[in-house]
Ligand binder design. Structure first.
Ligand code: ATP
Ligand code: MG
Length: 198
């Protein structure tokens, strides 16, 4: 019993030492660029969780939602009330209607609005939700997005979400997470659920 206790104690001390060393080495302070991609569920909710974190600290956040579902979304209702600014594609791209011309126009309108935020140093966090699809469909120019993110104010953080993030976005990012689909209820015929899926 006491052997086990000692072993545990030693292991914890080792872990603490390694973590302390890493913490001591992390001295750079700057806004971060995060990419949350992959086929599993949890990309947008992760981004909105971070918006909640930021506004909870009194920071300013702006969100662009590039894919409009057929429903209102709970996170927008909450976070707009908490002071976050939202730009939403009101017309155009949904999974149902795919008219190239009107979709491009709608995507560009939101992009031009949120691009302003990417040069506004009073904004702490910018979320580009589902922008990967707009880039992969060529509705928004990849280089335009890369430039705007690369040249943003030094203290500003950016989160990009969406499946199949372009390699160049991942290269520019500080943190990249890939959410892997292990299983999803929808594949077993379960309907998208209020409060869970939107
Ligand atoms: P969430 O908004 O729940 O974090 P997400 O941003 O990771 O999901 P999207 O690809 O943006 O995923 O999908 C949006 C919607 O599709 C959500 O309602 C989500 O529950 C659902 N969804 C996500 N992943 C899958 C999947 N692998 N199969 C089926 N539906 C999915
Ligand atoms: Mg999403």
């Amino acid at each position: 019993m006491s052997d086990k206790f000692e072993q545990h104690q030693k292991r914890q001390e080792k872990i603490k030492k390694a973590v302390d060393e890493k913490v001591a080495k992390a001295t750079i302070e700057k806004g971060l660029f995060l990419v949350i991609t992959g086929n599993g569920k949890g990309k947008s909710t992760s981004a909105f969780g971070t918006v909640a974190r930021a506004v909870g600290h009194g920071q300013k956040a702006a969100v662009a939602q590039f894919v409009k579902g057929g429903w209102e979304c709970g996170e927008r209702n909450l976070l707009e009330n908490a002071g976050a600014t939202f730009f939403v594609m009101s017309t155009g791209f949904t999974w149902e209607t795919q008219n190239r011309e009107s979709d491009t126009q709608a995507a560009q309108a939101v992009w031009q609005d949120i691009k302003q935020c990417l040069s506004d140093d009073t904004i702490d966090l910018v979320v580009l939700d589902e922008i990967t699809y707009m880039i992969n469909y060529d509705y928004i120019d990849l280089d335009d997005v890369l430039m705007a993110i690369a040249n943003r104010p030094k203290e500003q953080s950016v989160i990009v979400t969406g499946r199949a993030a372009h390699r160049k976005l991942e290269e520019l990012a500080d943190t990249v997470s890939e959410v892997r689909n292990v299983k999803h209820a929808f594949d077993n015929g379960v309907k998208a659920r209020k409060g869970i899926d939107w």
